[in-house]
Design a protein around this ligand. Structure first.
Ligand code: GTP
Ligand code: MG
Length: 461
C-alpha cells in the first residue's frame, strides 16, 4: 500500500493518550491490516465498507480478563492517515492499554515510531508539512500564544499564501520553458520586462512572508496587564505608582474606580498596557448606582479575561487577608486561561511586614516591592514569549531557511533576465525557487526534512 508514493505496508499501533492518570485511554491502529488485527484481538467489525463504532470486550490474559472496549473503525482509506484505521477506547489504565498493544503486536501490528501517524496523514495528503508541525505545536503548546499560533498554522495561515506564490512561480516557469522549446523560431511566450515585473512581485511577496515570520516574536508587543482585587485593595494607587503619575482616582471610598483606566508603560524595552479595574463586588440592587457598578464589573471582568498577565491585589492590613487571598486564588483558577497570575500584597508600608508565599509585599506609598514587581512582570513576559513551543520555533526556522533560499534563487533569475542571459538559466533558478517554496508546505519533501519534522513527535501521534 502506498501513500504519496511511499510504500507504507506495516500496520502500526500505539497508545494515543498521554501516559498520565486519566479516566479514558485510547489506542490507535493504522495500516492495511488494521481491521484484521482488530479482528484477531476480538473486535468483530460490523461492516467492511463504512466507518462505524463497535462496543465489545477484549479478553486479556489473567489477571486482567475481559475488558470493555469501544472501537471506532475506518475500514477504507477515508481516515486521518489515509489508511484503514482503528481507534480503541477503554479505561485509562496503562497496564490495560499496554496489554492491548501487546496483544495486537503479537498478531501482526508493529509499535509505532514517534510521529508515525501524523507522517502517514501527511503522506496521504491530509495535512501539509507546516500543518503537521502545527499538530505537534498543539500537542505541546503550553501557553495561549503558542496554542493560537499552532492553531492558526493548522488552519493554513502559513501554507496557503506560500502555496499560492508557488503556483504563480510554476505558471511563470511554464511560460519560460515553453519559450525554450521555440528558441530557434525566436518565439517568446513572455517578454523580458513582463518576466521581470512578475518575478519582482513574487520576490517581494516572499520577502514579506519571511519578514512576517521574523517579526513573529516582536509582533507580540502589546503586552496587556490587568489589576484585579476587592474594592479599596489599592489597585489604583498601584497603577499610579507604576506609571509615576496620577492616572487613576484614589480615595478611601470603596468602589472608586468604575471605568477601566489604561496606562501605557515600558519595562525593560517591553511596551505594555496596564488596566486598572473596578474592585470585585456582587451587585444585586437595581438603583442607578447599582447599574453603573454592574457595568463596571463586566468591564473589569473583560479586562481581566483579555490580559496576558493579571495582577491580583489584596490589602495585607485587612483582618481577612488570608480569606481574601484565598478568594483571589480561586477566582484566578476559575477564570483560568493561559495568562500569568501575579500575587500582590498591598499597603505593606512597614518594612517588618512579611507577605506569605507567593504574595509579594508592596507599598505604593513607600515604593516597597515595586522594583521586584516590575522584575516579575518582565520575567513573565519573557516566559510567555519563549513559551512558543519548540515545534513552532522549529517550523519558523525551517520555513525562514526555505524562503530565504527561494528569494535568492529568484534574485539570481532576475539577474539573468537583466543581463540578457538565456532563459535556460532563468528556468533553472525558477525551478529551484519553486522547490524551496514547496519545502515550506511539504509539496516537495526530502527524507531529511521528514526526519527533522517527525522525529520531534511523541509516540501515538
Ligand atoms: N498606607 C497605604 N495606603 C494605601 C496604599 N495604597 C493605597 N492606599 C490607600 O487605600 C485606599 C484605597 O486605594 P485605591 O488605590 O483607591 O484602591 P482601589 O483598589 O483602586 O479601590 P477601588 O477603586 O475602590 O476598587 C486609599 O485611601 C489609598 O490611599 C499603600 O501602599 N499604603
Ligand atoms: Mg481604584
Amino acid at each position: 500500500m502506498t501513500l504519496g508514493g511511499v510504500e507504507v505496508c506495516e500496520t502500526i499501533i500505539a497508545i494515543a493518550t498521554p501516559p498520565t492518570q486519566a479516566v479514558r485511554g485510547a489506542i490507535r491502529l493504522s495500516g492495511p491490516d488494521a481491521i484484521d488485527v482488530a479482528r484477531r484481538i476480538g473486535i468483530v467489525p460490523a461492516s467492511e465498507s463504512k466507518a462505524h463504532r463497535v462496543d465489545c470486550e477484549i479478553d486479556l490474559a489473567a489477571p486482567l480478563g475481559k475488558i470493555p472496549v469501544r472501537a471506532l473503525l475506518w475500514p477504507t482509506r477515508r481516515s486521518y492517515t489515509g489508511q484503514p484505521s482503528v481507534e480503541l477506547h477503554t479505561f485509562g489504565s496503562l497496564p490495560i492499554l499496554q496489554a492491548i498493544v501487546d496483544a495486537a503486536t503479537s498478531v501482526g501490528a508493529r509499535a509505532a515510531r514517534p510521529g508515525e501517524f501524523t507522517m502517514r496523514a501527511f503522506l496521504a495528503g491530509r495535512l501539509d508539512l507546516a500543518q503537521a508541525e502545527a499538530v505537534l505545536g498543539v500537542i505541546d503548546a503550553e501557553t495561549r500564544g503558542a496554542l493560537d499560533h499552532a492553531l492558526r498554522q493548522l488552519a493554513g495561515n502559513l501554507s496557503k499564501p506560500i502555496e499560492k506564490l508557488r503556483g504563480e512561480l510554476l505558471d511563470l516557469l511554464a511560460d519560460v520553458e515553453a519559450g525554450l522549446d521555440f528558441v530557434d523560431e525566436d518565439i517568446q511566450f513572455i517578454e523580458d520586462d513582463q518576466l521581470t515585473s512578475r518575478l519582482e512581485f513574487i520576490a517581494n511577496a516572499i520577502a514579506a512572508a519571511r519578514s512576517q515570520l521574523e517579526q513573529r516574536r516582536e509582533d507580540k508587543s502589546d503586552w496587556s496587564l490587568a489589576l484585579r482585587g476587592l474594592p479599596n485593595a489599592g489597585k489604583s494607587s498601584l497603577i499610579n505608582a507604576l506609571a509615576g503619575r496620577e492616572a487613576a482616582i484614589v480615595t478611601e471610598i470603596a468602589g472608586t474606580t468604575r471605568d477601566v483606566v489604561s496606562v501605557g508603560l515600558e519595562l525593560d524595552g517591553y511596551p505594555l498596557t496596564i488596566a486598572d479595574t473596578a474592585g470585585f463586588e456582587l451587585v444585586e440592587g437595581e438603583t442607578a448606582d447599582d447599574q453603573i457598578m454592574r457595568q463596571a464589573q463586566s468591564h473589569a471582568g473583560r479586562a481581566g479575561h483579555d490580559a496576558d498577565i493579571r495582577l491580583w491585589c489584596v490589602d495585607i492590613n485587612d483582618q481577612a487577608f488570608a480569606s481574601h487571598a484565598e478568594q483571589m486564588r480561586s477566582m484566578a483558577a476559575e477564570k483560568r486561561r493561559s495568562s500569568i497570575d501575579l500575587w500582590i500584597a498591598t499597603k505593606c508600608d512597614d518594612p517588618a511586614i512579611v507577605a506569605p508565599e507567593p504574595w509579594l509585599a508592596t507599598s505604593s506609598q513607600t515604593g516597597r516591592g515595586l522594583d521586584v514587581l516590575k522584575r516579575q512582570i518582565v520575567d513573565s513576559i519573557e516566559q510567555q514569549s519563549s513559551g512558543d513551543s519548540t515545534s513552532v520555533i522549529g517550523t519558523a526556522a525551517r520555513c525562514r531557511g526555505s524562503l530565504l533560499a527561494a528569494e535568492q534563487a529568484i534574485e539570481s533569475a532576475l539577474q539573468f533576465v537583466r543581463g540578457g542571459d538565456g532563459h535556460e538559466y532563468v528556468s533553472s533558478e525558477l525551478r529551484l525557487a519553486a522547490s524551496n517554496l514547496g519545502e515550506v508546505t511539504g509539496a516537495v519533501y526530502t527524507d531529511d526534512i521528514l526526519d527533522r519534522v517527525f522525529s520531534r513527535f511523541c509516540i501515538g501521534k
